[in-house]
Design a protein around this ligand. Sequence first.
Ligand code: GRG
Length: 299
Amino acid sequence: MEKNLFNLKKYLSEKCQLVDCALDAYLPPATQYPEVIFEAMRYSVLNGGKRLRPILVLAACDAVGGCADVAMPTACSLEFIHAFSLIHDDLPAMDNDDLRRGKPTNHKVFGDAIAILAGDALFAFAFQTITGETRGVPAEVVVEVTRRIAAAAGTGGMVVGQVVDMISEGQAADAKIMEFMHAHKTGALIDIAVISGGLLGGGSDAQIDALSTYGKKIGLAFQIADDILDIEGDVDKLGKPIGSDVGKGKSTYPSLYGLAKSKELARRAVDDAVNALDMFDERADPLRAIAQFIVDRES
Ligand code: GRG
């Protein structure tokens, strides 16, 4: 176990560096006119973060025997969409947060209007990057990946989850609604990360199904861990205040099931995720280790 964790640390740090370089290279330079929008886009994307979604794309591509290079534009696109969602989520009209990754949120630095536009630009730039930069993959696969990512970000995922989050605030906890909300708001982008990597790597239907089960289970584990970190986390490591869910009257796994049961549910989700990868050889070891990392992380 120790050895696995050590290897994962190295794996994550190497992949993170690759992803960071690619994000920087794809994004328009901050010197381009009108500078402020490119500065705002770069501020939120190149501002740290675990790069979980891009790394999942690359790891899933590797797991099905693909060449991870073909998946890098899609990996970065998911980080652009993730950054977009964080910028908009932090706005006064949504969560009204001042800190993200330990630094002032985008609207605190650039103002609300530029923050909205930086989010919009990143969302569009994500699809420009997938369709414009992907090489060595049949066009119909790129179209299918693009279609699925658009659904996971919008009407089949994040936007819908965010709406349910907003309209449920301050209401009594309901397990079904909370699960729907998380599966869409957070889970959909994590799920589509592994599916995209599998599709771009040329995975079989059975492999894509298995990756999708894995993606849904780690998405669930991720959310439970997030709720637990909001109670037990370290403010400095999280880069944002704790207790914000309770403060905003949000239903969480701990508020519904208690801490001990929530930890048990997270552990079970990790086991289910790892079991879903039974058909894969050692090339899926990074995915197996990432499942565990998702509940062990401190930020
Ligand atoms: C993006 C289409 C679209 C619409 C916007 C605002 C919004 C609708 C959705 C909000 C989605 C959202 C903010 C989900 C929370 C996801 C989450 C738990 C973020 C933290 O993810 P980590 O831990 O963060 O991967 P780092 O900082 O490591 O990248």
